[in-house]
Ligand binder design. Structure first.
Ligand code: NAP
Length: 528
């Protein structure tokens, strides 16, 4: 039994505490009241075969070559949940080789055959949604209800692309010469490297793997070292569904080594990444020597714009949802709340009252709406941003400090009188802090909203149809919610402009990211 937070030390490239054995280390919570303790959750997961600690390479569950492991802990309690294999260059090369081999047979299946496998995977994800949700709460911290919601959302990409697999149409082009016939085929790109973050341990993977497998690609997934358990459980269900050996591999551990192996291999034809803008830029540069296709889902700095003519309740509810989901740790979280002069004070009061009602606690406790932040570095970042804003004249309405629960819990916070010289106006807060910025005119709102290098999500609250059209057309963002704070769905394209990324995920557009276009010209067609 191991109790206590894992020390963050660098050994062999794995950032967390590393040990030489791979056994599962289970502890029960002694620090905090939980409605369902970690022990019973872990037992259930183990008995369903979903608590995996090895990497998946070529259809086999494997330790790392040097037996190094990495500890995964529960951010709400610091308890160590499991020791998982800490992999690097060698294991990634093995995974690439197995994916490359599997590509030949997987890509030659009919779309209908691949579709059936994906459909079975979807059914299994849904059948295990409680356990998967518990796993997400255990390693990521979000409230169980939200975690189960992520499972449904994550699984929806597998269902959607099971259906979409059958709709990859080519084209017949009217020829330029009478003895020619011209056609276009859409074919799978090849082996895909998929690197994903910790904030949505399942959905960020299925959003990539769904369209990749559906189109006939094979994949090497690298989940975050902070949340590998959900990825491994999903992969176990993929195997049960009939995804063949090598078509889906999972390696985790030394991120730079795994990244380098994926990026330098000429066999990997595409890199798809969700994570920070800084890492995304590095990966994009490193993909250049082998001219890989690249899709990037990076950071945001979303404005939520509340106009004088907004319905106050709708604006409060929508901004609350956009800001505080996952304790503010999503790329589409409202990062700046822009409020027009005439409604500013009323909105500040009503919004703060709503934020006051949020329940901070362990994700397993009934009623919790705000879990912990992922780690102490995340809390320190939030603290720095808040101190900076206050030192430059912003005023805290509620919150503004670590929560009395300790660990990485932070009080849901509303700050008013925030201006554009403060760090939180410019950078992603990634925590439960809502800065209120005052504006006078529609033109001001658009200018402030667009004054950022990011361009992922934006939200508008107004009762004027004309205004909403003017503003959403002018916003330099990939996604816009009008009178709505939760807009992500598998049927619509998700992605950013400017430095928030390249490409789209979800919807019919998400499939294109995994397809190459081949033009075929048939000549000498008039010969009998
Ligand atoms: P991150 O630090 O960039 O990490 C993302 C992934 O990249 C993790 O798997 C990480 O591995 C890996 N990684 C880190 N350095 C690497 C390297 N040198 N080579 C290869 N891989 C490397 O981001 P995060 O903190 O996990 O996630 C939060 C960020 O993701 C935020 O900026 C958020 O806005 C963004 N995000 C964007 C979207 C979107 O759709 N646009 C969605 C969700 C999140 P380890 O964790 O193992 O180190």
């Amino acid at each position: 039994m191991v109790i206590g937070a894992a020390a963050r030390v660098a050994i062999g490239g794995c950032r967390k505490l590393v040990s030489s054995h791979t056994s599962l280390l289970l502890v029960s919570s002694q620090c905090r009241q939980m409605s369902m303790d970690a022990q019973s959750v872990s037992e259930k997961l183990r008995s369903s075969g979903l608590l995996r600690t090895q990497g998946l390479i070529g259809g086999k569950w494997l330790d790392s070559y040097d037996n190094k492991t990495i500890k995964v802990n529960n951010p709400a309690t610091g308890e160590i949940i499991a020791d998982v294999a800490c992999m690097g260059t060698k294991e990634t090369n093995d995974a690439i080789a197995s994916s490359y081999e599997a590509f030949t047979s997987w890509s030659r299946l009919t779309a209908g055959e691949r579709s059936k496998v994906l459909r079975r995977w979807y059914d299994l994800l849904i059948a295990h949604k409680e356990e998967l949700g518990q796993l997400i709460t255990l390693e990521q911290g979000k409230p169980l209800k939200e975690a189960i919601g992520e499972v449904a959302y994550g699984a929806s990409f597998i269902e959607y692309y099971a259906e979409e697999a059958k709709r990859v149409y080519g084209d017949i082009i009217p020829p330029n010469l009478s003895d020619r016939r011209l056609l276009v085929l859409k074919q799978p790109v090849g082996v895909v490297g998929a690197i994903t973050p910790w904030n949505f341990p399942l959905a960020m993977i299925t959003r990539k793997v769904g369209p990749a497998l559906a189109s006939g690609c094979t994949v090497v997934v690298k989940p975050s070292e902070l949340t590998p358990l959900t990825a491994l459980a999903a992969a176990e269900l993929a195997l049960q569904a009939g995804v063949p050996p090598g078509a889906l591999n999972v390696v985790m551990g030394n991120a730079p080594e795994i990244g380098d192996a994926l990026l330098t291999s000429p066999q990997v034809r595409k890199i798809t990444f969700t994570g920070s803008t800084a890492v995304g830029k590095k990966l994009m540069a490193a993909a250049a020597p082998t001219v890989k296709k690249v899709s990037l889902e990076l950071g945001g700095n979303a404005p939520s714009i509340v106009f004088d003519d907004a319905d106050l309740d709708v604006a409060v509810k929508g901004t609350l949802a956009a800001k505080f989901r996952n304790s503010g740790q999503t790329c589409v979280c409202a990062n700046r709340v822009l409020v027009q002069d005439g409604i500013y004070d009323k909105f500040a009061e009503a919004f703060s009252e709503a934020v006051q009602k949020l329940e901070v606690g362990d994700g397993f406790r009934d009623g919790t709406t705000q879990g912990p932040l992922i780690n102490d570095a995340a809390v320190q970042k939030v603290e720095t941003f808040v101190q900076d804003a206050v030192s430059k004249g912003a005023k805290i309405i509620i919150g503004g400090k670590r929560h009395s629960l300790g660990m990485t819990f932070y009080e849901p916070t509303v700050i008013r009188d925030v201006s554009d010289n403060m760090i939180m106006s410019k950078e992603e807060i990634f925590g439960p802090v809502a800065p209120l910025i005052r504006f006078k005119t529609e033109e001001d709102a658009i200018r402030i909203a667009n004054d950022t290098i990011a361009g992922l999500a934006a939200y508008i609250f107004t009762n004027s149809v004309q205004r909403s059209w003017r503003v959403f057309e002018a916003l330099e963002y990939g996604l816009v919610g009008v009178n709505e704070g939760l807009i992500s769905t598998e049927v619509a394209p998700f992605g950013g402009v400017k430095q928030s990324g390249l490409g789209r995920e979800g919807s019919k557009y998400g499939m294109d990211e995994y397809l190459e276009i081949k033009y075929v010209c048939l000549g000498d067609m008039n010969r009998h």
